[in-house]
Design a protein around this ligand. Structure first.
Ligand SMILES: O=P(O)(O)OC[C@H]1O[C@H](O[C@H]2O[C@H](CO)[C@@H](O)[C@H](O)[C@H]2O)[C@H](O)[C@@H](O)[C@@H]1O
Length: 514
């Protein structure tokens, strides 16, 4: 490790490790060199070896502190991207086995022009000061979490079908209901509509299921019911499909929020790093050009490459190649999650999930409606990617130690969630959207750690002196219906087969309540 003093005095740092994890020494050196612009010589060998290992084993490797390779699983380059990969553009890269090359590099470093030193240092300094250890650790932990989620989903029991009668009768008995609905493959026409020819290219824009209009209008007009469409789609897609209804729209997995009568605002965590987006877009363009009938969507917080209309087998092969490009290229050091769907590849900023957004959304709804009684019924239906299934577990009462939601027996306790299951709860404020909602004041989000709102009920959008404390949610255990559409491995309590079933259920719900 460099002490600040030795790091500042050093002209050249020669780091020739054969394997490395983060290689903090190199980072420390760069951090100390803002005035001297010393030159970093790095071993390229460690990274090459690890890449070879990765490519030949296609497995996740975790480097422990003593650099032993452990626990194979699924591919992830972030875990072992060494310093040469991160700082390679500013350093002189050498083969540490080649003594002549190492000697030459030392000479090159010692005789380098001040301009060249400055340029190389600037590059590395920007990298070191923007890619913090915290960011690295967050990405690492997020990926470990994903592995656990995936493993748990694989061993889960298939939940029962949605008990429609019970869901309807409880809906009728409750007075403050919240319906959270996904969009794609939940409220849209099924993609694999019978009668569709294999070569037929379906219209790519997502469209609301035509039979849903009446039911949605009826449900939205019920003052006891709040509807949120929580989708990965962008703001325009939701505007186009739901603009006419009186409901909440949560676009890009809840990062943008709007009451259809109001303007878009953002719920995005501050400092979301989006520098990676252009390079990922480049990879997506490359694969879209080479995969007929595939397309990609560019959102503000994510990019989705979709091959649901392409030849599935070819699409899968392309997706596999794409993942390798992404893992070894532009995102290997970025704070992103790569989410693989059955026919899609999605790259998002870390922290962009429906479950992470829902507390901020709830906070805004409670505030905006000036709610003074708890929500006593929640229906959450979607065809969500595993990553977004955290929205189902958000509403679960305390779970057994396996941490998974199961179709459970009756519970009469109000909703309490332990903080150890609530990593996303310490979320920052709702901010005004840059364009449409400028001028809106920032306001702390609801902190439903104990599902208790200490919420502003004043006229402004900032917390006022007048505060009312009450439980935001009072679901009494069984007044919560989470339902996955067209999936069997899920954290939801119940299942519906397709969006046709969702439509039919929502129609029944609307009819029953009018
Ligand atoms: O967020 P929603 O509007 O409710 O849509 C749910 C997800 O839809 C898309 O994923 C789904 O379709 C993909 C193929 O088109 C498939 O690979 C994936 O398994 C499905 O879940 C979309 O890519 C996601 O962003 C949406 O969250």
């Amino acid at each position: 490790m460099f002490s600040p003093k030795s790091g500042t005095l050093t002209d050249v740092a020669l780091v020739t490790s054969l394997r490395d994890g983060m290689n903090l020494v190199s980072y420390e050196f760069v951090a100390c060199q803002d005035s001297k612009k010393g030159v970093l010589i790095l071993s390229e060998d460690s990274v090459v070896k690890l890449y070879d290992f990765y490519l030949s084993n296609t497995c996740r490797v975790i480097l422990s502190t003593d650099d032993q390779i452990q626990a194979p699983c699924t591919p992830n380059l972030d875990a072992f991207a060494g310093a040469a990969q991160s700082l390679g553009a500013g350093a002189i890269l050498v083969n540490p086995w080649n003594i002549t090359e190492v000697a030459d590099s030392i000479l090159q470093a010692l005789t380098m022009s001040p301009e060249d030193r400055e340029k190389r240092h600037r590059h590395n300094f920007v990298h070191v000061t923007t890619h913090t250890a915290q960011e690295w650790a967050e990405t690492f932990v997020s990926e470990l979490d994903d592995t656990v989620i995936e493993a748990k989903l694989r061993t889960k029991q298939v939940p029962p079908p949605l008990p429609e009668e019970d869901a309807i009768s409880r809906y009728l008995q409750s007075t403050n209901r919240l319906l959270i609905l996904g969009f794609n493959a939940t409220l849209t026409e099924p993609v694999d509509t019978p009668g569709r020819r294999a070569d037929q290219i379906k219209e790519m824009e997502l469209k609301l299921h035509p039979e849903l209009k009446e039911a949605l209008t009826a449900l939205c007009s019920d003052r006891k019911t709040t509807i949120v469409v929580l989708s990965g789609s962008d703001q325009k897609t939701l505007d186009d499909n739901f603009g006419e209804y009186d409901m909440w729209l949560a676009a890009e997995h809840g990062m943008f929020l709007r009451l259809t009568k109001g303007e878009w605002m953002t719920t995005m965590p501050e400092h979301l790093n989006m520098e990676w987006i252009d390079s990922v877009k480049h990879v997506f363009e490359y694969f879209t050009e080479r995969t007929p009938r595939s397309h990609f969507e560019l959102c503000e917080t994510s990019l989705v490459w979709n091959y649901k209309y392409a030849d599935v087998e070819f699409g899968r092969l392309q997706a596999r190649d794409m993942l390798q490009h992404l893992w070894t290229g532009p995102i290997s050091n970025a704070s992103v999650d790569v989410v693989q769907g059955s026919r899609s590849v999605e790259v998002r900023a870390v922290g962009v999930t429906k479950g992470a957004a829902i507390d901020r959304i709830l906070g805004e709804i409670v505030h905006s409606k000036s709610m003074i009684t708890p929500i006593d019924y929640v229906l959450c239906v979607g065809h969500f990617l595993g990553k977004d299934e955290d929205v189902y577990t958000f509403f679960e009462p305390e779970l057994p130690s396996d941490g998974l939601a199961v179709a459970r027996s009756k519970q009469n306790d109000g909703l309490k969630l332990p903080s150890d299951r609530r990593p996303s709860m310490k979320l920052p404020v709702i901010r005004s959207a840059p364009k449409s909602s400028q001028g809106k004041a920032q306001r702390p989000s609801l902190n439903p750690e104990k599902r208790t709102a200490n919420h502003s009920c004043g006229s402004g959008r900032r917390a006022s002196a007048e505060k009312i404390s009450w439980n935001v949610l009072d679901l009494k255990g069984d007044n919560y219906f989470s339902c996955a559409v067209g999936r069997t491995r899920t954290n939801a309590r119940y299942l519906l087969g397709s969006s046709d079933d969702v439509v039919s259920f929502l129609m029944k719900l609307a009819n029953a309540s009018t």
